[in-house]
Design a protein around this ligand. Structure first.
Ligand code: BGC
Ligand code: NOJ
Length: 811
């Protein structure tokens, strides 16, 4: 069942029923000011850090869900309603929500009055704007009262939701006609306040929630609205809000339109006050003036459109397959940008108060956005590398505001160092900017320990090389990519963190997955060394890689698939002798991507085992059989009920590894089949089962062992975005940046006759046309650059500013 449809022309998802299975959201803003907004206008805004600079409140896990947001109450005679349906939930005569790239438009209609809320965060500014348009579509006159409303958060979202003994006494506001300034804590150490304003003529306002909603009132029937109007309340402590009352007298066919804004203002310490206790409003006034100008809102909308057009024009496919094109050209890239902006901080599953930036997460996210914003990717790599320890290991997380490593979680996730090589290698391939390797980057954020980035990669490589276990496989540490495979943890106390309990590394537990990474990204490192003339180092590195590869093919091979690990007692994890957890997806994907067993048959056998044992109609599950009970020696993975999360859920992140692995073996039919199963646009019509947004990936879909098989969770902020984009754009459609140029290496279903891709690469534009006359799944027979036959399938980088045409014949 569907709850809307894709409007590809406008790059929008159009939701046609407000009761979506879960709130379906969008992200506004891509610099410093952000807003999460749902299809019923739920959500919240923050400046830079969703925990420390939260502008408006949001109550996670509330019932009804999604109760706070950017509300517009309309009182029309006896009828009270919201264009976004919530929170009043009056049945609407018409409803539509259009989530577009960086904007959302919600339209509701009731009793002949149509109301539209157009939301966006204007590029270059720190505010959320909402243009409200009211249209009388009835035959008679309409007299309504309209109330835009937000509830302020007292900045630190964590403290705001727990420290009531203090917070109920500190709330402060100032008001002016049409403007409410939220200035809690400005009197002391804060240099910032929020401004909620409208350019409409305002009849009255409220700033105290108790007055507007009522102490025992409900957001579904605010007392002030029910009683006929705002009361002019001034918040002294308790809960400051912004509510304004606007009259709408419209004759038949008449429209009125006004702007509502929510801005974040920072003043220099010496310019905080205009009079004792009075905030300096000059920058707020300047902000409001910017949008009072006629056409300013439309100009912001146009600027936003241009921005996204520029971002998305770097990769555009025309395959004739509608769903594929909309994922590749619009939504998958959009989600990659959102993961760049948000990392794993704020979604409807991540509260914005938890994790900082993940070391491995950020390195992998890079793979999906480096082609859109290479300069920002460069910056990000240097930030991440600066949190690495001198021995090559890494803080598992770091804080976005300070860019410092997070001590509470520490290090010991032994896959982390290798992801730095993966991210940097992707950057080098994309940009050819070798100068990044010479950048001086601190270790552990200590400038005195700064060394060139190349030295960071070297230490990453050497960390794995020198942390091998009894079978010659890398020691796993606290965990590898699978944060829940905690082989040295042995936690028996409820509430203990699986990620920090126990030693950061044991001498026995090993990871076949990290071995696969070492082969794949280790080779990327030695390749870089060789190009820099560091031949001896490259040779020594390759010897260590060969040894790891041999260990994978002996101790890491189970006969029909790659084993997962050895636990702290030296027992196999992910092998036939295991009663549960016999086969895991991760090593099959990573080892085959690394080319292990490609020539000798194990690679194909391992992927066949994935198909036989892990496939389901909704995607590939992480492991089988699911663990049915908690196991001390395995950790968090066995804490989940069967079929959820890492315990045999369909963890979308590693499905594209299988796509890439299948492509590595040239199996195009299967590569596409795996891609299609989890691709949101392809499962739109099971939205009642999948429940999360049909335009973005979720981290996890419940596996076949779960009672809710097929149900998605943790939408938006997942490494799935980057990996699926890489799998479809590079492995399937075959446009691969390499150190030598752009490789064309498609791996497609044999039935596909051809397609085109336009790719921006190092400043030049490549118009690529692939023809597949013989129904091949893989293989390039001929490649022409501007009509001239090339040897091989790598096109040397063309001069920036040029456009070339590339013709590829498969066979
Ligand atoms: C989740 C993992 C996640 C980890 C982060 C666990 O509870 O299952 O997916 O990586 O927390 O700390
Ligand atoms: C989510 C985490 O963000 C990511 O780092 C991890 O690899 C996966 N979960 C798997 O545990």
């Amino acid at each position: 069942m569907k709850y809307g449809y894709f409007d590809d022309e406008r790059r929008e998802y159009v939701i046609t029923a407000p009761r979506t299975p879960l709130p379906w959201i969008n992200y506004l803003g891509s610099e410093d000011f952000f807003t999460l907004i749902s299809n019923t206008a739920g959500g919240y805004s923050f400046y830079r850090d969703a925990r420390l600079r939260r502008l408006t409140r949001y109550r996670y896990n509330n019932s009804p869900t999604d109760s706070e947001g950017f509300r517009l109450y309309i009182r029309d005679g006896d009828t009270l309603w919201n264009p976004g349906w919530q929170p009043v939930k009056t049945e609407l005569d018409a409803y539509e929500c259009r989530h577009g790239l960086g904007y959302t438009v919600i339209t509701g209609e009731k009793n002949g009055l149509r109301a539209t809320q157009e939301f966006l965060v204007p590029p270059g500014d720190n505010c959320l704007l909402c243009r409200v348009t009211l249209e009388n579509v009835s035959a008679g006159k309409k007299t309504a009262e309209v109330y835009p409303y937000v509830e302020f958060c007292l900045w630190d979202a964590m403290d705001d939701s727990s420290n009531f003994q203090r917070n109920f006494s500190i709330g402060e506001v100032e008001t002016e006609p049409g403007v409410i300034y939220h200035k809690t804590e400005y009197r002391e150490r804060r240099d910032h306040y929020a401004v909620f304003w409208t350019d409409a003529e305002v009849k009255a306002f409220d700033t105290a929630r108790d007055a507007f909603i009522g102490v025992y009132g409900s957001p579904a029937a605010p007392e002030a609205v029910m009683n006929g109007g705002c009361t002019g309340s001034i918040a002294h402590g308790w809960a400051p809000v912004g509510a304004v009352q606007i009259g709408a007298d419209l004759s038949s066919g008449e429209t009125m339109s006004f702007l509502v804004g929510l801005g974040y203002i920072e003043n220099r310490p010496e310019e905080k006050f205009s009079a004792p206790g009075v905030i300096n409003k000059a920058p707020a006034r300047a902000m409001m003036d910017r949008y009072r100008a006629p056409g300013a809102f439309d100009a912001a909308l146009t600027a936003l459109g241009q921005r996204w057009e520029a971002l998305l024009s770097g990769y555009r496919a025309d395959t004739g397959a509608e769903k594929l094109d909309r994922m590749v050209n619009i939504w998958n890239q959009y989600q990659c940008m959102v993961t760049f902006n948000m990392s794993r901080s704020a979604s409807y599953f991540e509260s914005g108060m938890g994790r900082g930036m993940g070391f491995r997460d950020s390195c992998q996210d890079l793979l999906g956005f480096v082609h859109m914003i290479p300069e920002r990717a460069r910056e990000r790599i240097l930030d991440i590398a600066a949190t690495q320890f001198p021995d090559g290991s890494a803080y598992h997380q770091y804080q976005p505001l300070t860019k410092k490593g997070n001590l509470a979680v520490g290090s010991g996730f032994n896959d982390d160092p290798l992801w730095l090589i993966a991210g940097t290698d992707a950057y080098l391939r994309e940009t050819g900017d070798w100068s990044i390797l010479d950048e001086s980057v601190p270790f552990d954020n200590d400038e005195s320990l700064a060394r060139p980035l190349l030295e960071h990669l070297r230490r990453s490589f050497n960390y794995t090389r020198t942390h091998m276990g009894p079978h010659g496989l890398p020691l796993i540490g606290r965990a590898d990519w699978n944060d829940c495979l905690n082989l040295n943890c042995f936690s028996s106390q409820p509430g203990e963190s699986f990620q920090t309990t126990g030693p950061s590394e044991g001498p026995v537990a090993e990871s076949v997955f990290i071995a696969g990474m070492f082969v794949k990204y280790g080779r990327a490192y030695t390749d870089i060394c060789r190009r820099l003339g560091l031949t001896e180092e490259a040779d020594a590195g390759d010897a260590a890689i060969a040894a790891a590869e041999a260990a994978v093919l002996s101790a890491g091979w189970d006969g029909e698939w790659f084993r997962r690990a050895y636990d702290a007692f030296g027992n196999v994890v992910g092998g036939k002798e295991c009663e549960e957890g016999q086969i895991f997806i991760e090593p099959q994907g990573m080892c085959v991507m690394a080319g292990i067993g490609k020539e000798t048959g194990q690679a194909a056998r391992a992927l066949d085992s994935v198909k036989e044992r892990l496939d389901t109609k909704y995607g590939i599950v992480l492991l089988q059989p699911a663990y049915t009970g908690y196991r001390l020696e395995l950790g968090e993975i066995t804490s989940y009920p069967p079929g959820y999360k890492e315990n045999a859920g369909i963890f979308c992140h590693n499905n594209p590894w299988i796509v890439c692995a299948e492509a590595e073996l040239g199996r195009g039919d299967r590569a596409f089949e795996v891609y299609r199963r989890t691709a949101p646009a392809y499962i739109e019509d099971i939205s009642e089962i999948h429940r999360t947004e049909p335009y973005v990936y979720s981290q996890m879909i419940a596996g076949k062992d779960a009672p809710t098989f097929g149900e998605g969770k943790n939408s938006w902020l997942t490494g799935t975005a980057a990996w699926t984009f890489l799998s479809v754009s590079q492995a399937i459609l075959g446009v691969k940046p390499t150190l030598d140029g752009l490789m064309i290496d498609p791996c497609i279903p044999g039935r596909v006759k051809g397609y085109t891709v336009t790719r921006r690469f190092r400043g030049a534009v490549y118009h690529i046309r692939v023809d597949n006359p013989q129904g091949a799944e893989h293989g390039v027979k001929e490649l022409y650059l501007d009509g001239k036959l090339l040897q091989g399938n790598v096109i040397p980088a063309q001069s920036p500013g040029t456009e070339v045409s590339v013709r590829v014949i498969m066979g």
